[in-house]
Design a binder for this molecule. Structure first.
Ligand SMILES: NC(=O)c1ccc[n+]([C@@H]2O[C@H](COP(=O)([O-])OP(=O)(O)OC[C@H]3O[C@@H](n4cnc5c(N)ncnc54)[C@H](O)[C@@H]3O)[C@@H](O)[C@H]2O)c1
Length: 421
């Protein structure tokens, strides 16, 4: 964390939103602390016969509005604080989208690229064994996040079914289609963000033939680049953890996708005609209409926010802009579409997957796209209207929107006023 503590920064957004609405102090008190945080060491057998332990967490931040929901991240830099912060953001995100969920998150501290496929499977199953009493279709529902994918979700669902003695697909979302996954889950995060930008294009001053920059070229970033390019926009710069490239006339997205599919980096496109290698800081400073951070937290901070030359930032990643950077961007007129709205397409289609699993009836892709579009447009328009009405940033407006819904649920259990009477 470059600009202070991550959880403190996240909670400060809550205080900022609370200044603009009448809210019972009990509500803020309730949202300041995670309800439950579990830490374990997962010990697995490695392929060479040795044993190795990995730290793992699962946080259920708040379940006032329903079972907790949130992904599992495999990352060498994962920390307990990061997990709690991500679980807090999930609480706000599910409220923003009016999904009947609270917020949760999990992580394992490791670089999954250092494990073989069989070791990765053992680790994924060990995670579910360790947290089998924490998770559950009515308690806490994990999903994929950074460096986890559908295959890992499939192993986890299978392990849970073995422990319970019966299939229980609604315990986890983002599963392979053949194991009860939903159509449209793979590109849902990017698609939701895309629908949002499209719906608010006029208000944002965006139009045809945009210049876009995408930071992070995984699930969220790749689908976003693909959708933008398919609609005739130009992807002028992209990056992944191994480097960044730029091309004034627009990068060949199909070629970038092929490189990633071969296990290579987007940086390997450098040297082809018109494509040059750039630094991460140059990527952030690239002049464009739309900057899409789709990697990790804190990528736009006090040290580089002043260099941003984008009209609009669409936060597909969670927490890519620090609170200090937010203030700098705001002062420079850069509109930030906040993570708890911009990347909520993923959890929304995860919700659809959970509903389909529970009812045992599966929807068509057209159905899923139409439902996702309707929700993104509905919540996006409401948040934009709050921002205009209260003269606040879309981020503060999104927090006001979420807080209003959470407050109703928390207050329904009785506030200080109720018990003092
Ligand atoms: N996948 C989802 O459904 C989903 C939903 C909501 C939010 N998100 C958020 O989106 C972000 C990306 O998630 P994902 O699922 O696409 O993960 P992913 O693992 O598929 O991809 C992550 C990408 O980020 C890149 N990256 C890592 N460090 C980087 C760095 N320093 N600079 C540039 N690129 C870097 C990696 O190389 C990779 O291309 C995360 O913040 C995640 O929490 C994902």
């Amino acid at each position: 964390m470059l600009d202070g503590d991550l959880l403190g920064g996240a909670l400060s957004r809550l205080d900022e939103a609370a200044r603009h609405i009448q809210i019972d102090p009990d509500v803020i008190e309730r949202l300041k602390y995670a309800r439950e945080m579990t830490k374990v060491a997962l010990m697995i057998r490695m392929d060479d016969g040795s044993r190795k332990s990995f730290l793992a967490w699962r946080c259920r931040y708040d379940d006032t509005r329903g079972p907790t929901k949130g992904g599992i991240r495999f990352h060498p830099d994962a920390t307990a604080e990061e997990v709690e912060t991500l679980a807090f953001w999930m609480t706000m995100k599910c409220a923003v989208m009016d999904l009947p969920y609270g917020g949760g998150k999990g992580a394992v501290k490791l670089d999954p690229r250092t494990l073989s496929k069989t070791e990765l499977e053992r680790l994924s199953r060990a995670y579910v064994q360790a947290f089998s009493k924490v998770i559950g279709p009515d308690r806490d529902i994990p999903a994929p996040d950074v460096y986890t994918n559908a295959m890992i979700m499939g192993w986890m669902a299978d392990e849970y079914a073995t422990i319970r003695g019966e299939p229980s697909p609604a315990v986890i979302t983002g599963k392979p289609i053949a194991l009860g996954g939903s159509l449209g889950r793979n590109d849902a995060t990017a698609r939701g963000g895309y629908y949002l930008v499209d719906h608010l294009a006029k208000e944002l001053g965006l139009g045809a033939g945009m210049r876009a920059v995408v930071q992070g070229f995984g699930n969220a970033g790749q689908f976003m680049a693909e959708m933008l390019a398919a609609d005739g926009h130009r992807i002028v710069a992209v990056s992944d953890s191994r480097g960044a490239v730029a091309c004034e006339t627009g990068l060949d997205v199909a070629r970038l996708l092929a490189l990633k599919a071969e296990g290579k980096s987007v940086a390997d496109l450098a040297g082809t005609p018109g494509v040059r290698s750039i630094s991460d800081e140059e990527l952030i400073a690239t002049e464009c209409d739309l900057l899409v951070p789709a990697a990790l937290e804190d990528m736009i901070h006090v040290g580089n926010a002043g260099t941003v030359r984008a009209k609009v930032i669409l936060e597909l990643a969670n927490g890519p802009v620090t609170p200090e950077a937010d203030r700098i961007l705001d002062g420079r007129g850069v509109v930030v579409l906040p993570d708890i709205l911009a990347n909520a397409g993923g959890v929304t289609v995860s919700y659809f997957e959970w509903v389909q699993n529970r009812q045992g009836y599966y929807w068509t892709l057209e159905d899923i796209h139409a439902r996702l579009k309707a929700i993104m447009e509905r919540e996006g328009a409401q948040i934009w209207a709050i921002a205009q009405e209260k003269s606040v940033s879309p981020r503060t407006a999104a927090y006001i929107h979420a807080l209003g819904r959470l407050a109703k649920a928390i207050e329904a259990h009785g506030t200080q006023q109720f018990f003092a009477g």
